[in-house]
Design a protein around this ligand. Structure first.
Ligand code: BES
Ligand code: ZN
Ligand code: ZN
Length: 490
């Protein structure tokens, strides 16, 4: 499907169907040409409400406001309503709130993200007849924008949405197909396609690096762990930013085995690593002036005669000893070593983020749709929340305090891998990771727990059943806000 920005008014564009947004239930706007028919249908123009009038060749979609995520959701609802229909082309006007290009991007993202479905394993893929969507040089309330900026925005939104959909595909792909070595191959393919550097460490390399925690987690699986390091180093770099991703291609819980119902969906425990691949891919495709590193800790948490056990004491790469009390708290062990590796090997780090489906507790705290943001730097966390809002992703802070770290104390090792309390599990997991952040990097670090939104077993907004690609749009918006946009850009 392609988007074409054309220098014509809506009425002068030939298309099979026109897309019209009804704002704040106001059916009296002059671009709502079918008021009577809409009233007959009981269409009120509520947010997410759709009315397709095939004989009029018009489709109406309600939006509560011109806020960008309303537009994204409305665009997704539109494209879904046109699924399995025979319309081959559509036309739409431009709906500006403040910034002239924000909603053009949001519309394109909404269409492409909303159109996505994972049907690689289906005999009958979903059908979309629409080949072209024309964006007219017509703003509903005559606000100005330039065709040139509109075209640039379309391309940017296409690159971002394509990358998010690629991440969704990776996360949705089952664990019999994607295991650590396969994830490494995929990363190498991405590196080749987009001219990134890629270095892969196998079990022997991991042993040489002293990454006993990551090796312990992966030991019982026939599919051995890999550490994958992708880098994008542009000539005009303004900073160095590292994304460390949890890449559990499967999390059975290990000997602290998950109940069957909880094990299903654990193919998505690689979502952080897949998001990091997407972030570096999008950074490159958008030519962001930032050196980006993606460090992926890929392992499979399984049971077996040589499985790591509750009671084991293992040593992480930085020499700290960890008493394993629950083998299902494995993500933090993999991330501990991956974070140490990143800080040892990458010079002059300005920011270091880890992104992980780390805890069920985060989902309990914030619900399924929201990313948990944790760290020691309030300004940095605030900038992340700000970027989340501008990207359309939901994020909220979970605060540290002086009492929670005590819950991770171990009698016989430097730290335990689970808290002694059943409460506050998302935060204590983050505090565990903090133990593996060097003092000089503490204020440069933020932990993103994507356990909720990474994989949801129902459709929500422009997200499908299954993987959403959580974290990618947030991170790219953050990079753009820090290093590309000027202060005035929203
Ligand atoms: N991968 C899970 C966390 C998770 C849960 C992600 C639900 C997505 C949805 C993680 O490895 C895990 O099992 N965490 C345990 C930690 C506990 C043993 C302290 C959890 O959340 O129950
Ligand atoms: Zn687990
Ligand atoms: Zn896990």
């Amino acid at each position: 499907m392609e988007f074409q920005v054309v220098d014509k008014k809506l009425a002068d564009i030939q298309a099979d169907i026109e897309i019209i947004f009804v704002i704040e239930k106001n059916l009296n706007h002059d671009w709502v040409k079918d008021k009577k028919e809409l009233e007959l249908l009981g269409f009120e123009g509520k947010s997410e409400e759709v009315a397709l009038l095939p004989e009029k060749r018009r489709i109406y979609v309600g939006v509560d406001s011109l806020e960008h995520d309303e537009i994204r959701i409305a665009a997704a609802k539109t494209i879904k309503a046109l699924q399995n229909k025979k319309f081959q082309s559509a036309k739409v006007g431009v709906y500006i709130q403040n910034c002239p290009v924000t909603n053009i991007k949001a519309f394109v993202e909404g269409v492409l993200l909303g159109k996505y479905s994972f049907d690689k394993y289906k005999k009958e893929p979903k059908k979309h007849a629409i080949k072209t969507i024309y964006i007219a040089n017509e703003e509903y309330s005559n606000k100005p924008f330039t065709i040139e900026n509109a075209k640039k925005s379309v391309i940017e939104a296409e690159k971002l949405a394509q990358t998010v959909n690629f991440v969704r595909d990776l996360v949705n792909t089952p664990p019999n197909e994607i295991y650590p070595a396969k994830l490494a191959e995929i990363a190498q393919d991405v590196a080749k396609k987009y001219e990134l550097e890629c270095n892969v460490l196998d079990e022997e390399d991991l042993a040489k690096e002293g990454m006993e925690a990551m090796l312990a987690v992966g030991r019982a699986s026939v599919n051995k762990p890999r550490l994958i390091h992708l880098s994008y180093i542009p000539a005009n770099k303004k900073a160095t930013v590292v994304f460390v991703g949890k890449g559990l291609t499967y999390d059975s819980g290990g000997l602290s085995l998950k109940p069957s119902d909880y094990m299903v969906t654990m193919k998505a425990d690689k979502s952080g690593a897949c998001a990091a691949i997407g972030i570096i891919e999008a950074a490159k495709r958008l030519e962001l002036p930032v050196e980006v590193h993606a460090i992926l800790g890929a392992a499979e948490n399984m049971v077996g005669g040589n499985a790591y056990k509750p009671d084991d004491i293992i040593k992480a790469k930085n020499g700290k000893t960890i008493e394993v009390l629950n083998t299902d708290a494995e993500g933090r062990l993999v991330l501990a070593d991956a974070l140490c590796y990143a800080q040892e090997k990458i010079k002059d780090i300005d920011y270091i983020f880890d992104i992980a489906t780390l805890t069920g507790a985060c989902v309990v705290a914030l619900g399924e749709y929201t990313i948990g943001v944790m760290g020691e730097n309030s300004d940095l966390k605030a900038s992340i929340l700000d970027a989340a809002k501008a990207s359309g992703e939901l994020a909220a802070e979970l605060p540290f305090n002086r009492y929670l770290p005590k819950l991770l104390e171990s009698k016989q090792a430097d730290i335990a891998n689970i808290s002694s309390s059943r409460y506050g599990g998302a935060i204590t997991a983050a505090l565990f990771l903090k133990e593996f952040i060097e003092e000089k990097n503490i204020k440069k670090w933020v932990h993103l727990d994507i356990a909720g939104p990474a994989y949801v077993q129902k459709e929500w907004g422009y997200n499908p059943y299954g993987a959403s690609g959580a974290g990618v749009r947030l991170a790219i918006k953050w990079l753009q806000k820090q290093f590309v946009f000027n202060k005035k850009h929203p």
